[in-house]
Each structure stands twice: as structure tokens, then as C-alpha cells.
Ligand binder design. Structure first.
Ligand code: OGA
Ligand code: MN
Length: 221
């Protein structure tokens, strides 16, 4: 038997009430603007542990300069982006990664129920931007592959990140009837996640004045 007095979704899926509420807000934002932000999705300790993994992999030179495009058109283009990346495996390799997979699944299941997005799996990579790093305005969905539905960027920066450190995510949310709005800037605060529709929302990473850590993920159909 399920405990009485809880919203049905929460009973069925046992979500923490804070996360449940955040995902309800996210559903509304994604419907209205194609963009949302989940703050404090991971604690400072969890974020630090993931950042330490990224730093260790970076020291071991496992991350490589990112490319743009797809298939035979896939090239390194330093005028577009200059971060380095490393793909995650299909199953978590550490406890901290297991927690990220758990959150991805909770988000996926919630949005499948609330928005019928039909999200099946994800692909994800570590991304490290050097001092001076940037990624020019782009859209995440490829021209010849429409599997990417929702982009989810988890930031792993230290708690003392300030606006002067740069590296903001600039997003052009959607207005009424799909019109483009004035851009907004999101600080890449550790433990928070930016979520946006991969096929519709233009965005860019503004130049960062500090090394900038993240995990970029795409939920696919
Ligand atoms: C990307 C991207 C945004 C960010 O990797 O495609 O747009 O804030 N990342 O890191
Ligand atoms: Mn992108």
C-alpha cells in the first residue's frame, strides 16, 4: 500500500519532494520557454567529487579537443569552440557518477510523463574549458540526426564562482509561437543543471576567465 496524502506521482516514484517540485517547475518552463534551470541538484560535496574526477582525467590527458559537426563533417574548429571532452561510458564508473545517472533517470521519467517527450537514453561527456574557453552560438541537434531531444548541462565549478569569472551560458529562450526572445545569461554554478530543447534553443558559452568544468548530456529518442 502507498502512504496516503502524497501526490500520486511522488507515491509512485518516490521522488524527494524538493526534486518533485523542481521538476514540475521545469516542465512548465520547458513548455513556455524551451529552457529551464535546476539549481542545487547536487550538493557541494557531490559536485566536488565529480569535479575531482574530471580534474584527474584531465591530468591523465584523457580529454581531447572537442569537434563540431557529425560523421565525415566532424572537425576540430577552434573558431567555434575550444573545450576538451571525454565521453562517459554507458554505465556509471564511480559512486558519484551513479548519482548523476539516477538524477538523469528521474528527470527523464518525469518529463516523459509530463511532456510525452519519449526520452529513451542519453549520451554525455565531460567538458573542460580552459581559461579563455568559449563555444559560439549554436543549436545541439544535428541536421542529419534528430535523436537529441533535450540538452542537460551539469556544472561542476567550485562554490566561489563569480560573475566576473565569465563562462556564462547565454540562452535565447523561445517566446510566443516559437519567436526568439532576448538572451539570458546563466552562471555555471556548481551542482546546477541547465535543461533546454536540443532542436530549438540557440545558446553559447561566453569566454571563461577560469577553468570551467561540466558534464554535457543529451537525452535521446
Ligand atoms: C554544448 C554546450 C553549454 C555549457 O556542449 O553543446 O552548449 O554551458 N554546452 O557548457
Ligand atoms: Mn550546445
Amino acid at each position: 500500500m502507498l502512504p496516503p496524502g502524497l501526490p500520486t506521482d511522488q507515491k509512485r516514484h518516490n521522488l524527494d519532494p524538493g526534486l518533485q517540485h523542481a521538476l514540475e517547475q521545469a516542465t512548465q518552463d520547458l513548455t513556455e520557454k524551451g529552457f529551464t534551470q535546476l539549481r542545487d541538484l547536487f550538493s557541494p560535496a557531490e559536485t566536488a567529487s565529480l569535479r575531482a574526477e574530471a580534474q584527474a582525467l584531465h591530468r591523465e590527458e584523457k580529454l581531447i579537443p572537442a569537434k563540431v559537426g557529425r560523421g565525415r563533417e566532424r572537425i576540430q574548429d577552434l573558431s567555434q569552440r575550444n573545450d576538451s571532452t571525454l565521453w562517459w561510458k554507458e554505465t556509471p564508473e564511480t559512486e558519484a557518477q551513479a548519482l548523476v545517472f539516477e538524477r538523469w533517470n528521474q528527470i527523464r521519467e518525469h518529463l516523459n510523463r509530463s511532456l510525452f517527450l519519449g526520452l529513451k537514453d542519453f549520451e554525455a561527456h565531460w567538458a573542460i574549458y580552459p581559461v579563455g574557453g568559449f563555444y559560439r552560438k549554436h543549436i545541439d541537434r544535428f541536421r542529419e540526426d534528430d535523436a537529441r531531444i533535450l540538452s542537460a548541462v551539469l556544472y561542476l565549478n567550485p562554490p566561489d564562482w563569480k560573475a566576473v569569472d565569465g563562462g556564462a551560458l547565454r540562452v535565447w529562450p523561445e517566446g510566443l509561437e516559437g519567436s526568439e526572445c532576448e538572451p539570458i545569461e546563466i552562471q555555471p554554478l556548481g551542482g546546477s543543471m541547465a535543461l533546454f530543447l536540443s532542436d530549438r534553443i540557440p545558446h553559447e558559452v561566453l569566454p571563461t576567465n577560469r577553468i570551467r568544468y561540466s558534464v554535457a548530456a543529451w537525452f535521446r529518442r
